[in-house]
Design a protein around this ligand. Sequence first.
Ligand code: T46
Length: 132
Amino acid sequence: MGLAKFIEIPEIVDDCYLYFAENPTQIHFPVKRIYFITRAKKDLPRGFHAHKKTDQVLFCIQGKIKMVIDDGNKKEEVILDSPSKGIALPRMLWHEMHDFEENTILLVLASMKFDPKDYIRDYDEFLKASNK
Ligand code: T46
């Protein structure tokens, strides 16, 4: 089974495009925090961490990125380029965001408030913590 779990959300088209997501239909956790990333540089990849307890869903609502996800056993690369197709980033999944296209906007829904202690930013520590 693949690591990438995509989350499809409805797209309403009239004189604009409108997207929505609800808990629990598309987002399996109550959302405690949202954040978004804009104006990232193509040659400056981001992420390179896992979360101990936070579950997240990430949408590329404009533009395009490549994501690398890794559970310590398997590594996958996926392209995100559609506002209606997010990716689940459950706790203890190492993730990296690469190759930001110009004007990309990432929207992230998170199950917990920000806590710097929830991050594992060292890959060896991640492997140890995930018993790999
Ligand atoms: C993630 C990926 C997808 C806060 O103060 N509050 C927040 O809610 C967040 C998300 C970040 N910050 C601070 C922490 C750092 O000083 O913003 C700074 C940049 O964070 P970071 O270097 O972790 O950014 P990314 O783009 O590498 O990762 C972000 C999220 O931090 C992370 O949780 O899963 O996007």
